[in-house]
Design a protein around this ligand. Sequence first.
Ligand SMILES: [Zn+2]
Length: 416
Amino acid sequence: MWAWKPLLSHKAPRQDSTAAERSGARRAGAEVAIITAVDSILFEARSRQKQIVALIREMVECESPSCDPAAVNRFVDLLADVAPSFARIKTFPGGRFGRHVVCEFDLPGKKKQGQVLALGHSDTVWPPGTLASMPFRQKDGRLWGPGVLDMKAGIAFFVYAMRILRDLDVPVPNKVVMQINSDEEVGSESSRPLTEKNAKRSRVVLVLEPSAGLEGKLKTARKGVGDYAITVRGKAAHSGLDFTDGASAILELARQIEKIAGFTDLGRGITVNPGVISGGTRVNVVAAEAKAQVDMRILRLKDAEVLDRKFHNLRPVDKRCTIEVKGGLNRPPLERSPAIVQLLRKAQKLAREMGVELGESPSGGGSDGNFTAALGVPTLDGIGAVGEGAHALNESILIDRIADRTALLAKLVAAL
Ligand SMILES: [Zn+2]
């Protein structure tokens, strides 16, 4: 009799575990079935994650500093190669920068109500050869490398989001255009007219820039950016023989910088930063000339005028000196309008359905979204990758946010 016991006790757990395994498999199967039925877009994004990572790697390993048009053009060629077959690609000359690219996607759905513009940039702040010291790598749940966050991953996400919509035959109510500029990191001088032209034709602009913080917050306000060049001219003299005959441009500039720094008003979101100064020729000469480059950031467009007046009203303390002021606002602020909030709410709802809480945050930095928002086109910025360290050595993105961000882009495009 006792011989049965081991047999039974041996058998029973095996049966149990097999049954448990089976029911586990059923549970997993059921989960898969639910995800497939309810959220096929997220499921697709998850199942293509490896391919998305491979594309990001290719993009990061194709260095594209703003200052190197040939390198940026190589990236443009890569983008044309990897763009899906249903995208029509046009490139535009970028003057002294690389080419700009516009991809128009042929997506399912008949009646197109208008246009959605996805906006990005191919250029990075990293000089050629950075990959040698900062290679692409996958470590600690992140992808690392120059330009991975700002903003090659965002471009890869969008390309895959469009692929998923096409493959799942999801009807898209708008024409979808993606524009990738070559000079965003250096002021967008050559791409701005193209951006504004395409934005004016669009109902909505989605900016594929990185999100804010590791929680992936969208950017619903961005500061406007301006710069000023201040040149002070005085009178040169021998610092020993004719000291009183000289009018020091350096001394005068130093006094002016005190005033200029005083334009900062943190309460109103205004910062004024004299970032670079130069002047003088020799230590024993009273300086005839001195210059300052000043960076200005504002939250409200109307502050630009007030500040511009202040800059132009600078008067020399030493009347023998003159002050020349050049420059002004080059990116208007992206102001958090009711239309932007509405767009955010839509994105939040779609994210919540995937179990993701989507926050929002203002940003001190500008993007091409500043131009489109200033035209009154609802602009949702920071909808690209989640990570940290843009323009820094720790530039990286979170791998486990690749799928939901890609899915969010696809869902938004389908829902707009
Ligand atoms: Zn960027």
